[in-house]
Design a protein around this ligand. Structure first.
Ligand SMILES: [Zn+2]
Length: 305
């Protein structure tokens, strides 16, 4: 009798377990399709750093965009990961706090126009401090430019503004970004510098300690939108990676690409040098997203689709 009871209980427990497994399985499947998910990489966001947003919508959608920190962000769908991705960034000046991302999408429908759906999530930005008061010495014309130099500086501003106007809205980058040279870092992004004891400037890039003549590679695929000498930048290459993302290579000794060229990740774009406002030969790499300079070192650490 006792033995029969035991069997009966075991059987019931088994049935209950099977039922519970089924129920939780159904709930998981339901939640995967019925809710928005918004994930950032890195998980901890700071001022001055780029961020990858990964989003899934509750229904299949054909477009996805967002507003965040005053920027319009266009997402692209990645079929391998069944997710929408966009690279964005937080300016150096952004104060710590929570900033809502407003996502808006249009559902895909075979029979009718899509339905507009939206979602908001608070994204927390934490404080990052950067080095202060790095003292540097450069030739005098770079801190006290002549009238002719000032004229060229003005022309350079127009050249850059013109080039930055027409950018690819499509994503041209693919996969993680790769360092342009193999070398140690000689100065980090965000450092407050003083040139020749008088001119203050924020270091909006990352310096690699390379001698002149070192091959410099494109950090990802894109299109060359500038390849010409400028006053401060020296021989200057700018690559448009799409979605508002640019990388800038300064102080080159020579060019290996021209404006309009399509480049792939790892392709040599020039040789390093010390042209323009430089203390000596090195590579200055800058990252610009929708007019905001971001830390290239943080971009190189991201594991991207
Ligand atoms: Zn630099």
């Amino acid at each position: 009798m006792r033995e029969r009871l035991f069997h009966s209980v075991t059987h019931t427990t088994f049935l209950l377990l099977a039922l519970a497994t089924n129920v939780s399985g159904a709930t998981a499947a339901h939640s995967a399709t019925a809710h928005w998910t918004v994930v950032t990489q890195p998980a901890r966001l700071v001022n001055g750093a780029p961020v990858l947003f990964r989003v899934t919508a509750p229904k299949p959608v054909r477009t996805l965009s967002a507003n965040w920190l005053g920027h319009e962000i266009a997402f692209s769908f990645d079929a391998d990961h069944k997710s929408w991705f966009a690279l964005a960034g937080v300016s150096l000046e952004t104060k710590p706090g929570a900033y809502p991302i407003d996502l808006h999408a249009e559902t895909s429908s075979a029979t009718s126009a899509g339905q507009a759906i939206s979602f908001e999530k608070q994204i927390r930005v934490q404080h990052q401090s950067y080095p202060r008061h790095v003292v540097l010495t450069v030739p005098g014309r770079y801190t006290a430019p002549s009238p002719e130099d000032l004229h060229q500086i003005e022309q350079d501003k127009e050249t850059k503004a013109e080039a930055f106007k027409t950018l690819s809205p499509e994503r041209e980058w693919k996969g993680s970004f790769a360092a342009p040279v193999t070398a140690e870092i000689s100065d980090v992004f965000g450092a407050e510098r003083v040139f020749n004891g008088s001119v203050q400037s924020t270091h909006f890039g990352l310096d690699f300690r390379v001698p002149g003549g070192t091959s410099v590679a494109a950090v990802n695929s894109g299109r060359v939108i500038l390849a010409r000498p400028l006053f401060y930048e020296g021989n200057f290459v700018v690559i448009d990676h799409g979605q508002g993302l640019l990388t800038l290579y300064l102080h080159l000794s020579s060019f290996l690409v021209k404006e309009g060229d399509d480049v792939s990740k790892g392709q040599p774009i020039g040789l390093s040098g010390g042209t323009g406002r430089a203390t000596g030969p090195h590579l200055h790499l800058a990252l610009r997203w929708q007019g905001v300079y971001l830390d290239p070192q943080a971009l190189l650490k991201l594991n991207l689709p």
